[in-house]
Design a protein around this ligand. Structure first.
Ligand SMILES: [Zn+2]
Length: 283
């Protein structure tokens, strides 16, 4: 038996009491997108899955790593673009429209907050629908790069990604045919292309961190949703809130490393808990 968690789903009342009358900074993690069919790296269901996501240094230095990345990710993209926002995303957008949200700081790269109607979103780890050239810094849309891939690898994208397990960064587990895959390069300078997301081993750009920190500073409470806070890029905002005397609330499935810092923690599905919270706060 596992130890009992601090609070049960029945404790929505404690969450509402804490957050009522406060303007929220929201810190969102992969857990909010699992109900949209995008798997979590570290959620309760995937904790046992071993996966080696591409490291930034390898991607920059090693053409084989880029080939492998683009071969797999290009097949996962169709499934990523098929994902739609869920009740949890929509509840956050509703809270923002009601003037109760200072901003959403998200660790997700799937664009689902914006698709749900959230206006002020800081994408800490970037966005999968943008691509940047490491040679000349030009920005491309992901759709444009997918077209490049299709033109140099006819039929590749139509092979489908269904057989491979997909990760939240759009990566798909597949091996067949990768050696023959032609890696897309920048149409302007021929340089290597990288999705505009923060890879493992790469830092979040400082101005982006500062913008997110500003949202946390201006808010009266920090609401963490669907993040295990396992990576420092998100956890730092819990520490910041604590330092600034701003209460922290956590709604997620399972224990997180932020729990010792939280005034209220709710172990619940976000698709249930966030709409109920928005209702209770009058959004
Ligand atoms: Zn270029």
């Amino acid at each position: 038996m596992s130890a009992p968690t601090a609070t049960a789903p029945a404790d929505l009342g404690a969450l509402v009491d804490l957050l009522r009358g406060r303007r929220l900074a929201v810190l969102a993690g992969a857990g909010i997108s699992t109900e949209s069919g995008i798997p979590d790296y570290r959620g309760p269901e995937t904790r046992h899955v071993e996966r080696r996501p591409v490291q930034y240094d390898d991607f920059v230095r090693d053409a084989t790593a880029r080939q492998r990345y683009w071969a797999r990710a290009s097949r996962g993209w169709a499934r990523m673009t098929g994902a739609r926002p869920n009740e949890g995303h929509r509840a956050l957008a509703r809270l923002e429209r009601a003037g109760l949200v200072e901003g959403v700081v998200t660790q997700n790269v799937d664009g689902l907050h914006q698709a749900a109607g959230s206006g002020r979103v800081i994408e800490l780890h970037g966005a999968l629908d943008r691509v940047v050239c490491l040679g000349c810094d030009v920005r491309l849309s992901r759709a444009e790069v997918q077209r490049l891939i299709e033109s140099t690898n006819p039929g590749w994208l139509r092979l489908g990604a269904e057989a491979g397990r997909m990760a939240p960064d759009g990566d798909v587990e597949l091996e067949a045919g990768i050696a023959r895959f032609v890696t897309p390069v920048c149409p302007s300078c021929g340089g290597p292309l990288k999705p505009d997301v923060v890879f493992f081993g790469e830092s979040v750009p400082k101005p982006r961190v500062a913008e997110a920190a500003g949202i946390v500073s201006r808010a009266d409470a920090l609401l963490v949703v669907g993040s295990s806070l396992a990576v420092y890029s998100g956890y730092r905002f819990v520490r910041q809130a604590e330092k600034e005397g701003t209460p922290v609330a956590i709604v997620t499935l399972g224990e997180t490393r932020g729990h010792p810092h939280a005034a209220v923690a709710l172990d619940a599905r976000l698709g249930d808990a966030l709409p109920a919270l928005a209702d209770a706060l009058g959004a």
